[in-house]
Design a protein around this ligand. Structure first.
Ligand code: ATP
Ligand code: MG
Length: 271
């Protein structure tokens, strides 16, 4: 399904991503973990072509993604929607319009200029907001919402694109524990219910453990762990975060550790 082969991105002498090979054969929820500077964001940015690789290849369903240009590249970028730590909404625009922005890739420039959205798209946007529990805020400006609500709007915008892959770069790093849980639950749901692949860069090991089917650990641009949460032992965590044990303080301190999570049951079923 998704094959990343010997992928490298160098910035001068610094290899941000260094000869990474990852094969994903079905839509899963995947967590990418690693210390700051490990190359997590660069990997995601290459997947949706915000960044061009130095060498290596990316194939999705047999298609060479790195070769795409023009309209084909834009279509691919719609196929893998991106969610960011800072939400990246248009603050003064209302929530529904922010979600409808998720359809921009397939609308004409003229329609975009005059904010002409088909009625069916508007209904769909509200349905998605409803599903994420924030339809009541549809008419508000994005900036009037809490961080957690804004991130759910960003997820709604991503789902509006009907993507095959959802790429989330530290989606909960700016959120309090309760909102972090809601957002992770939502990401898990759009995987479970819609069958979309989700690849999320995550700051804490426990979040990756709790929510993901597969965890990829990066260190200095390389993949040093690729396995199930159960295989992610303390020793493996040391390989990822360094041998000094400092990971136990920062990387594993979990914000949503203490909250109940029904996903665990689902995960157990899958295992
Ligand atoms: N545009 C750029 N120009 C130069 N160097 C870059 C650029 N983007 C990333 N890097 C470097 O590449 C390496 C990997 O960065 P990246 O942002 O992918 O790490 P990360 O794992 O996402 O870190 P964090 O957890 O802090 O977000 C770092 O050494 C970083 O300084
Ligand atoms: Mg990053």
């Amino acid at each position: 399904m998704l094959t990343i082969q010997n992928l490298t991105k160098a910035f001068g002498a610094n290899k941000a991503v260094d000869n990474v090979t990852i094969k994903i054969d079905r839509p899963m929820m995947i967590g990418v973990i690693g210390a700051s500077g490990a190359g997590k964001s660069t990997l995601l940015r290459m997947l949706n072509r915000l960044e061009t690789e130095t060498s290596g290849s990316i194939h999705f369903d047999g298609r060479d993604i790195t070769a795409l240009k023009g309209a084909d590249k834009r279509r691919w970028q719609a196929d893998c929607a991106m969610i960011f730590q800072q939400f990246n909404l248009v603050p003064r625009m209302d929530v529904v319009s922010n979600v409808l922005h998720g359809t921009l890739n397939r609308r004409s420039a003229l329609a975009t200029m005059f904010n002409l959205y088909p009625q069916a798209d508007i209904h769909r946007a509200i349905d998605i907001l409803d599903r994420l529990g924030i339809a009541a805020h549809a008419a508000k400006r994005a900036e009037a919402l809490s961080g957690g609500q804004q991130q759910r709007v960003a997820i709604a915008r991503a789902v509006m694109q009907d993507p095959k892959i959802v790429l989330a770069d530290e989606p909960i790093a700016s959120l309090d524990p309760m909102n972090a849980q809601i957002v992770m639950d939502d990401l898990r749901r759009i995987h479970d219910e819609d069958g979309r692949m989700v690849i999320a860069n995550l700051h804490t090991l426990d979040t990756a453990r709790r929510y993901c089917d597969r965890v990829i650990g990066m260190r200095a641009g390389r993949v040093v762990f690729d396995g199930t949460p159960a295989q992610l032992t303390t020793g493996a965590a040391r390989d990822i975060y360094g041998a000094d044990g400092s990971f136990s303080e920062s990387a594993t301190s979990t914000s949503i550790d203490t909250l109940d999570r029904p996903i665990l049951a689902k995960q157990a079923q899958l295992a």
